[in-house]
Design a binder for this molecule. Sequence first.
Ligand code: BGC
Length: 424
Amino acid sequence: MEFKKNFRLGVASASTQIEGGRVNSNWNWFSDQNKIKDHSDVARANNHYELYDQDLRLMAQMGIKDYRFSIEWARIQPCENNFDSDALIHYRDMILEMKELNIHPILTFYHFSHPMWFEEKGAWTKKENIIYFLRFVSQCLDVFGDLVDEYITINEPNVYAVNGHLFGVWPPAKNSLTETIQVMSVLALAHIKAYELIHTIRKKRGYTNTTVSFAHHVRDFTAKTGCPLDKASAKIFQSLFQDKLTKAMFIGKFEFPLINYGKVKQGQYIDFIAINYYTRTAVKNFSEGFMDDCFKNDLGWEIFPQGLIAVATDLYTVLNLPIYITENGTCDNNDSFRNRYLYDHLKVITESNLPIERYYHWCFIDNFEWVEGESARFGLVHNDYKTQKRSIKQSGHFYSKIIKEKGISEETYDSFVKHQHYHK
Ligand code: BGC
């Protein structure tokens, strides 16, 4: 397999999942309520806030040159009227170190976590609260906006809205469809406002190469049976979970049930298509599940590489822009099929005619997997949470090798992939 010219392979992470430490955020609050399945504490995670130097060096040593990461709002703005200059400088230093190591950053402003003072104001249920997010974005740009050209405003607005406000399995643990739609609408507007703000600020400062998007979590929805009702409900699920948001956030077209709170005009509100893809969802009797007899990862999610091209094609029809896969990866606690997973997803990308320019593997080091805690391992590098010792997994060695080789040779396939099999 030979990757396309200029195709880049990187890794992705999120501050809350790796940093550790006690900050006054919605996820620290949730974790303190003993809501994490394995009773682990988000305050432990990878202790990356202290160990970032070691982790970035390991990344560089593995030949990884592209990194998508996020910053912790609750750390930077612990109270509404106080920005913490130490935290801001910390992130500036961290980005400077990436640059020194020749690691190219994409910065995510919001990856599921925010300060509790923002939660207490109603967080994303109210359009009036967007201003707080914009102040945070603007403050960050003042301190390290000169170092980063590429930004993700918000990670997976649909996952945040649905898990937190519909299913109630994430903070703020609510169960309201009306609120879920409100939150999706507010997040869509927050993205558009942040998109405009980042461009305005950077332009004023003379930078002409800014690109901005949001990371869209998209699934390949399918009917589990040939029954017309299942087919229709799969379409409805897809539309409500992702397609409506695609239109609102890509081109400012807010369709029912989303609400155009900001009277946004139609236009273009992303500069590249950012896709987080993990699995396919099979719909039957108005509920979500997986196809029978399919290959699954250790969390029971179907492994379905072709779905990546299906979702990318859908998004590309809305806007013809370069595509970055900003997340793709799998929970494989024993690292026994991750190479095959990587191989199969890179194969469909390489064979496709779509302009897929980058691939960020989720994730670099095993980390705090939200409500699953420390029990679900997605990393190319193993973490021993007690000692915080990192060790490169064989999938990490595989990834290093294919970055270097700009493809996957027969020899590499034979030694890393051939013997690996998925389970059902
Ligand atoms: C999220 C990550 C998460 C990953 C695996 C994505 O939905 O952006 O934070 O760890 O999926 O579940």
